[in-house]
Design a protein around this ligand. Structure first.
Ligand code: NAD
Ligand code: ZN
Length: 246
């Protein structure tokens, strides 16, 4: 994107930021790419030649919980060594600027909280939480490496990652909170998401149809670029500081 065009777009968004009463941010794995965490669809997202869609499913876990846990152990070890980037920090700063602010993330890495965001809606769960398949209790587990397969402290049942897998439903409470935020946003940012995983892929369109001005930040065109009012092509960690600072 030519510099003058970028500056024009940034100016237009800053004007919207100045007038907005409520802001919603939706993030995907591209935001954490700048922290060195691979996206699923990028070249580094593969583990032992498995695609995420082959491992992040309830069927894969019931067939071979060890294999699925080994993959999560690998991902947890990668994430444990990473820090939030400028993009995460800018989103935490934006939150302080607005009394009505919502952060909806598809990321499971916990980097938003680490950067200071409070109460992100974690649509797809959190890689540092486990859930008992028997008593359903949810707990934090930060062990790296994790004992495989991990067992519930209360009942001895098999623990699974507290993650929403392909083919599973999102927690209704998270969806309700998201829809309420989307229906009441003046301005929405869609950052680092390819727009192919539902229902988050529909969120931008929903917010826009309720009157929000919608901005995408992504180095590439996505499946939802055409829904946007403005699309900023670039890395989240480089673009967000231009919007919040400067
Ligand atoms: P995705 O992998 O489908 O898409 C990533 C998007 O990020 C792409 O459009 C890509 O162009 C963009 N991108 C890459 N680098 C970027 C950068 N520096 N700045 C901005 N954008 C950048 O990711 P998704 O849409 O989040 O959906 C995939 C699923 O994978 C989600 O359900 C998520 O839970 C899961 N996931 C999470 C993590 C994590 O927590 N960090 C990592 C991998 C996958
Ligand atoms: Zn249990």
């Amino acid at each position: 994107m030519p510099l003058s065009q970028l500056q024009e777009k940034i100016a237009a968004i800053k004007e919207k930021l100045g007038k907005a009463g409520s802001v919603t941010v939706l993030t995907g794995s591209g935001l954490s790419a700048d922290s060195g965490i691979p996206t699923f669809r990028g070249a580094e997202g593969l583990w032992k030649n498995f695609r995420a869609e082959e491992l992040a499913t309830p069927e894969a876990f019931s067939k071979d919980p060890r294999l699925v846990w080994e993959w999560y152990d690998w991902r947890r070890a990668i994430i444990a060594a990473k820090e939030p980037n400028a993009g995460h920090y800018m989103i935490a700063e934006l939150e302080k600027m607005f009394s009505r602010f919502h952060l909806i993330t598809q990321n499971v890495d916990g980097l938003h909280e680490k950067a200071g965001s409070t109460n992100p809606i974690e649509l797809h769960g959190n890689i540092w939480k486990v859930r008992c398949t028997r008593c359903l209790q949810v707990a934090f587990n930060f062990d790296v490496p994790v004992r495989i397969p991990p067992e519930c402290r209360s009942c001895g049942g098999l623990l699974r990652p507290h993650i929403v897998w392909f083919g599973e439903s999102l927690e209704p409470e998270n969806l309700e909170k998201s829809y309420a935020a989307l229906a009441n946003s003046d301005l929405m940012f869609v950052i680092g998401t390819s727009g192919v995983v539902q229902p988050a892929a529909s969120f931008a369109g929903m917010a826009r149809s309720r009157g929000a001005f919608v901005v995408e930040i992504n180095p590439e065109e996505t499946a939802i670029t055409e829904v946007m009012d403005i699309s900023l092509q670039g890395k989240a960690g480089e673009i967000l500081p231009l919007l919040v600072h400067s």
